[in-house]
Design a protein around this ligand. Structure first.
Ligand SMILES: *Cc1c(COP(=O)(O)O)cnc(C)c1O
Length: 457
């Protein structure tokens, strides 16, 4: 018989986790103001709040940590990292930062000004925050199909070339650059095809605009290109990665995702003017140019992580686990953004909690219910995360309202996925009885989801 699939690694160190009772969880949730970001991690049994900085490093990465060079200037760890990034992406200039949003902050301090329009596929929340915080506009030009969770498309994260061209024509000089997020996190970890990246490049050339990739999950994107796009089956992940970045002028990176480190990020670019413009802000906000907010040991671990996670076997182990959870949800008839994305399953809360009105935040309600059911912490990617419109200050109900179950890399086994699926099924089975959601008692003006205080209705 054909041998079943198994992970391309074995486990060398374990961390105990603890179950809790429903009574305990009721108290904890109330104390946390029904915001899962306010829970203590020890109150969580299976933590799927994010795949960011939560991955398990390999023995090679831990070994690289011990060789970290903590020199203030000119550390060998920086040159290791720079060489790896140059080799993978072809970008000449590298600025390390402490995480992805810091890369955005440093680069956008140079590039984004009041009144600018930055078109692309769906902007990640910190990206949008850094754009809107500078009184500019993040213009979402994702294909319409991404908004229907039940449509199966191989590259549902794509930019709609027609929308992009209209924006470039209409806003002309107000557009400093185009941004493409790979994979498209907000649309459900959905990949962008090489064909689409090429179309974006052609439009960028036509209108003389640079292209920036928000690259947190570039390796997962390359996996999908290899396995889904014609002509790429026989190419290595590293070859595909290089071909992707050949279509961009620069990247911002949250290394906490596809770098498989717990903290870190960087800017990389081939444009000297971006580098010269950004580097002063790096010194101002992050640190000197050869560490920019990272330890030497962390830069070493990142260099190794980037190398490992641009290998097919490692990516296959990861994506297959996400697909395994999706299969379970299929068995139980639970609707999620189809097909399964690279790093998470996004449950379509508006199709599950049909009796909870949108003003009472169905996805947040489902997030709370799943925690109360089994101590599983997911994360709302919906109307609370969407923040208010910067001009009208109205809640934005235009997008999707999803519960994200993000899977940390190399951390949980498929048995944990079985528990997650069963807990979700239990909530799903009693969905008809869930008729009320939550109300906002307090919120921050920007990126409110981290600190929002809610009341149960
Ligand atoms: C996580 C993420 C960021 C921000 O990175 P941090 O490391 O969390 O600051 C930016 N863009 C995308 C697509 C992300 O997933």
């Amino acid at each position: 018989m054909e041998l079943p699939f198994a992970e391309s690694w074995k486990i060398k160190m374990v961390e105990p986790i603890r179950k809790s009772t429903r009574e305990e969880r009721e108290i904890w949730m109330k104390k946390a103001h029904y915001n899962v970001f306010q829970l203590k991690s020890e109150q969580v049994y299976i933590d799927l709040i994010t795949d960011s900085g939560t991955g398990a490093m390999s023995d090679r990465q831990w070994a690289a940590m011990m060789l970290g060079d903590e020199s203030y200037a000119g550390a060998s760890s920086f040159y290791n990292l720079q060489e790896m990034i140059q080799r993978l992406t072809g970008f000449e200039y590298i600025i390390p930062t402490h995480q992805g949003r810091a890369a955005e902050n440093v680069l956008f301090s140079y590039l984004v000004h009041e009144g600018d329009i930055i078109p692309g596929n769906s902007h990640f929340d910190t990206t949008k925050g850094h754009i809107e915080g500078r009184k500019a506009i993040a213009l979402d030009c994702t294909i319409d199909a991404a908004r229907n969770t039940q449509t199966e498309l191989p590259f549902k994260g794509n930019v709609d070339a027609k929308k992009l061209e209209e924006a470039l024509e209409k806003y002309a000089d107000r557009v400093p650059f185009i941004i493409v997020t790979i994979t498209n996190n907000t649309a459900g970890g959905q990949p962008v095809s090489m064909q689409n990246l090429r179309e974006v490049r052609q439009l960028a050339n036509k209108y003389n605009k640079p292209v920036l990739f928000d690259s947190a999950r570039f390796a997962e994107n390359a996996y999908f290109i290899k396995t889904r796009e014609e002509g790429y089956a026989d190419k290595s992940i590293k070859e595909i990665v290089r071909e992707m970045f050949d279509l961009a002028d620069g990247m911002t990176m949250s290394a906490k995702k596809d770098g498989i480190v717990n903290m870190g990020g960087f800017i990389a670019t081939r444009l000297q003017d971006w580098y010269d413009g950004a580097k002063g802000y790096c010194v101002q906000f992050e640190g000197y140019l050869t560490y920019g907010g990272m330890n030497g040991r962390d830069m070493n671990a990142l260099a190794t992580g980037l190398d490992e996670n641009t290998e097919f076997d490692n990516l296959e182990s990861r994506i297959k686990q996400v697909q395994y959870l999706a299969q379970k949800l299929d068995e139980y008839g639970i609707p999620y953004q189809r097909p399964a994305g690279g790093h998470a399953i996004f449950v379509d809360a508006s199709k599950v909690l049909t009796h909870v009105p949108k003003e009472e935040f169905p996805a947040q309600t489902l997030t709370i219910e799943l925690f109360l059911e089994a101590g599983i912490r997911g994360c709302e990617i919906g109307y609370i995360l969407a923040d208010r419109d910067p001009i009208t200050r109205e809640n934005r109900y235009g997008g999707l309202d999803l519960l994200r179950l993000a899977i940390p890399r190399r951390v949980y086994t498929d048995n944990h996925m079985n528990v997650v699926a069963a807990a979700l099924k239990n909530v799903f089975d009693r969905r008809e009885n869930i008729t009320r959601g939550v109300n906002i008692a307090w919120e921050a003006p920007l990126m409110r989801h981290f600190t929002v205080k809610l009341e149960r209705l």
